[in-house]
Design a protein around this ligand. Structure first.
Ligand code: FES
Length: 277
C-alpha cells in the first residue's frame, strides 16, 4: 500500500483589503489615509520647500533637508509632514516614511524646546556617561529615552557616539557640544535650560532651540529666522582633536600615497612607472 501523500500546508488566511501591502511597502489603508491628510500647516514654508528642491537635479534627492524643514515647523515628523514631503517631491508616502523612520534625527513625537543628547557609547559610558544620562533624566522629571519633560524644556535621548570621543564624556544640546562633562556640570546645563537660559557650548555655535536648528539643517544658514550667519558661526574643532594633525605638521609626517585604481589594475606600482618601459 502506497504511503499517504504529505498533508498540504494550510492556506494562508485571506488578506483583508485594509492590510494589503502595496508595492511601496505601506498598507493600503494607511497610505490612503495619509493621502487625505491636511498639509496646510506647511503653507508658510512652501517657498522654502521649493527652494530646497531646486538645489538638486532630481526632486526626490531633496527629501532629507525637506524632513528637517518639516521638523522646523512641527518639532517632529508628523503624518501631515510625511504627506507634505510626498506631495512636494511627487513620491509615495511609503517612500517618505521609510526614510523618516530610518534616521534617528527625524523624531516621531514632538520635541521640547531643546533636544538633549547624552552619549552612552563605550568611551563616554566608561568615563561617566551612564551616570550623566541618569542624572539628566532625573533632573527633567524622571523621563526616559525620547521623552519630553512636563514643562516642555527638553526632550532627552541617549546617543551612541556623538563623534567626540577624545572629549568624553559629552552631551549635545540641539546638536551643539558640551565636552568633558561631569554629572554636576550636566545638571547645571539642564537647570539653566529650565530657567530659559542658553548656556554657551564648549565649542561651536551659540545655542538657539531645536526648531531653529532644524531650519539650519534644512540648509537655510543665513535665514533671519535663526538670527543670520553670525548666529551659527563659532569654532567647532577642539584643541585635543587637532593635536595629532599639529604634531604631524611639526614633524613633517605625511600619509603614504594612495594608489589610484588605474595603476593598480595595470599592475604597476606607484613610483615605479618607468620599470616596464
Ligand atoms: S563614545 Fe561618546 S563621543 Fe564617542
Amino acid at each position: 500500500m502506497s504511503p499517504l501523500p504529505p498533508e498540504a500546508p494550510p492556506l494562508a488566511p485571506p488578506v483583508e483589503p485594509e492590510h494589503a501591502i502595496d508595492e511601496a511597502g505601506g498598507t493600503v489603508a494607511a497610505l490612503a489615509a495619509l493621502s487625505t491628510v491636511d498639509t496646510t500647516v506647511f503653507d508658510g514654508v512652501r517657498d522654502r520647500a521649493a527652494a530646497i528642491v531646486l538645489r538638486y537635479p532630481q526632486a526626490r534627492s531633496a527629501l532629507l533637508p525637506l524632513l528637517h524643514l518639516v521638523q522646523h515647523v512641527e518639532g517632529h515628523v508628523s503624518r501631515a509632514g510625511i504627506a507634505f514631503c510626498a506631495e512636494v517631491l511627487e513620491i509615495t508616502t511609503a517612500e517618505v516614511s521609510a526614510v523618516a523612520t530610518f534616521y534617528t534625527m527625524y523624531k516621531r513625537e514632538p520635541v521640547g524646546r531643546h533636544l538633549v543628547s547624552v552619549c552612552t557609547n563605550t568611551l563616554c559610558a566608561a568615563l561617566g556617561g551612564d551616570d550623566i544620562y541618569a542624572a539628566v533624566r532625573e533632573r527633567l522629571g524622571g523621563i526616559g529615552h525620547e521623552q519630553t519633560s512636563a514643562d516642555g524644556t527638553a526632550t532627552v535621548e541617549h546617543a551612541e557616539c556623538l563623534a567626540a570621543c577624545d572629549l568624553a564624556p559629552v552631551l549635545t544640546v540641539d546638536y551643539e557640544f558640551f565636552d568633558n562633562q561631569t554629572v554636576a556640570s550636566a545638571v547645571e546645563i539642564i537647570e539653566a535650560l529650565q530657567r530659559g537660559e542658553k548656556p554657551h557650548p564648549t565649542r561651536g555655535a551659540p545655542l538657539t532651540d531645536f526648531r531653529s536648528v532644524e531650519l539650519l539643517l534644512a540648509g537655510f544658514f543665513d535665514d533671519p529666522a535663526v538670527g543670520g550667519l553670525e548666529a551659527v558661526a563659532g569654532p567647532s574643532a577642539a584643541e585635543e582633536s587637532l593635536r595629532g594633525a599639529r604634531l604631524a605638521e611639526e614633524r613633517g609626517w605625511t600619509a603614504p600615497p594612495v594608489p589610484d585604481r588605474e595603476t593598480e589594475r595595470s599592475g604597476a606600482r606607484p613610483g615605479n612607472e618607468g620599470a616596464n618601459a
